[in-house]
Design a protein around this ligand. Structure first.
Ligand SMILES: NC(=O)C1=CN([C@@H]2O[C@H](COP(=O)(O)OP(=O)(O)OC[C@H]3O[C@@H](n4cnc5c(N)ncnc54)[C@H](OP(=O)(O)O)[C@@H]3O)[C@@H](O)[C@H]2O)C=CC1
Ligand SMILES: O=C(O)CCC[C@H](O)\C=C/C=C/C=C/C(=O)C/C=C\CCCCCO
Length: 329
């Protein structure tokens, strides 16, 4: 019998999640039935969506939602061999049983030299978010100017690099000087610390006096209400996330955006990356190629130990991560 450790949501979050909102439990896993697999999590992802989705999709006592790279320990399913690695969406669990549905084998072209955790970040859901958000929602064109916030994060850092590959000028903002330095290192044309600039308006004007054709918005709130006034005519805004709102008990009432929307004839479009699940392979192949060519750099904020999942999650929400926040079991 295998004993699995799982993190459950003990209490719905009020504001920022607290360690006391989680409970670590042990579950004895049964023996495998025909068609089933036993897997052990090797890397687990902590992502911003877990904060709002927990409110919408979970009840207290549920296992926290989330994805992992897992190794197949034992298989009674002919489609999956023991020893292979998959991306699963099985939540915060150290071990779990699956019938094979919803498991994505890592691409066979995955080189040994590349950390498998990238399948949760740059070459996984966040990277695909950047890929489809830029190409399908922003529809960026060479020579345009792209703005991205939370730019040193899992999604934002890929947005900036893909926009450079696409021949654009890229402006990014992040919440620390170290992150700003990282953005310049990976090729952003302009980068600033939104926490320390005296005026966001001035910082946006200085970074791109002519304004922005595309705004990849990961943050929402006041930043977006100001940034929208810096959009060029017929600009496009990809509403990817609103992390500035997730931990607020009472969402901010931002200034209205309709006026610039009308006068600048802007297109503002929200999206969820799962809308392109049928093109997942295309995106992963492209991202893997650019990583291997060195055109897309990656950085991971790795927290060691399954017992530290809540700390990694809370740390990411507080901006302590540079690049994709990952937990290594
Ligand atoms: N639509 C979709 O399909 C998807 C949407 N998303 C969204 O994309 C965004 C980025 O996700 P991801 O790259 O995984 O996360 P990150 O790796 O960027 O980590 C979150 C970052 O958000 C920033 N942040 C946190 N709170 C605030 C705040 N109050 N104001 C401004 N910035 C803040 C912090 O960076 P900093 O130091 O810059 O403050 C923090 O490091 C999120 O909004 C997420 O919900 C992600 C995946 C899919
Ligand atoms: O099990 C699930 O559905 C979660 C799957 C997560 C998976 O890896 C794929 C997509 C992740 C999407 C992330 C979206 C965002 O981060 C945007 C977050 C929140 C927007 C507001 C949601 C409000 C819910 O009430």
């Amino acid at each position: 019998m295998v004993t699995a450790k799982v993190w459950v949501l003990k209490k719905h979050f009020q504001g920022f999640p607290k360690p006391s909102d989680f409970d670590l439990k042990k579950i004895e896993l049964p023996s495998l039935q025909d068609g089933e697999l036993l897997l052990e999590s090797v890397f687990l992802s902590v992502d911003p969506y877990m904060r709002p989705y927990s409110q919408r999709d979970m009840k207290e006592g549920d296992v926290m939602i989330g994805t992992q790279v897992a190794r197949i320990v034992e298989s009674k399913n002919p489609a999956f061999a023991a020893g292979a690695f998959v991306v699963a969406n099985s939540g915060w669990r150290s071990h779990f049983i699956s019938d094979g549905k919803g498991l994505h084998l890592l691409p066979s072209s995955w080189p040994e030299s590349l950390p498998k955790s990238l399948a949760l970040g740059t070459v996984g859901m966040p990277g695909l978010t950047a890929y489809f958000g830029l190409f399908e929602v922003c529809k960026m064109k060479p020579g345009e100017t792209v703005l991205v916030n939370a730019a040193a994060g899992a999604v934002g850092s890929v947005v900036g690099q893909l926009a450079k590959i696409g021949g654009c000028k890229v402006v990014g903002c992040a919440g620390s000087d170290d992150k700003v330095a990282y953005l310049k290192k990976i090729g952003f044309d302009e980068a600033f610390n939104y926490k320390t600039v005296t005026s966001l308006d001035e910082a946006l004007s200085k970074a791109s006096p002519d304004g922005y054709d595309c705004f990849f918005d990961n943050v929402g709130g006041e930043f977006s209400s100001i940034a929208i006034n810096h959009m060029k005519k017929h600009g496009r805004i990809a509403v990817c996330g609103a992390i500035s709102q997730y931990n607020d008990s009472v969402p901010q009432k931002g200034p209205y955006v309709q006026i610039p929307m009308i006068f600048k004839e802007l297109r503002m479009e929200g999206f969820i990356v799962t809308s392109w699940n049928n093109r997942r392979e295309e995106g992963q192949k492209a991202l893997l190629k650019w990583v291997l060519e060195g055109k897309v750099k990656f950085h991971e904020q790795v927290t060691e130990g399954f017992e530290n999942m809540p700390a990694a999650f809370i740390g990411m929400l507080r901006g302590e991560n540079l690049g994709k926040a990952i937990v290594k079991v």
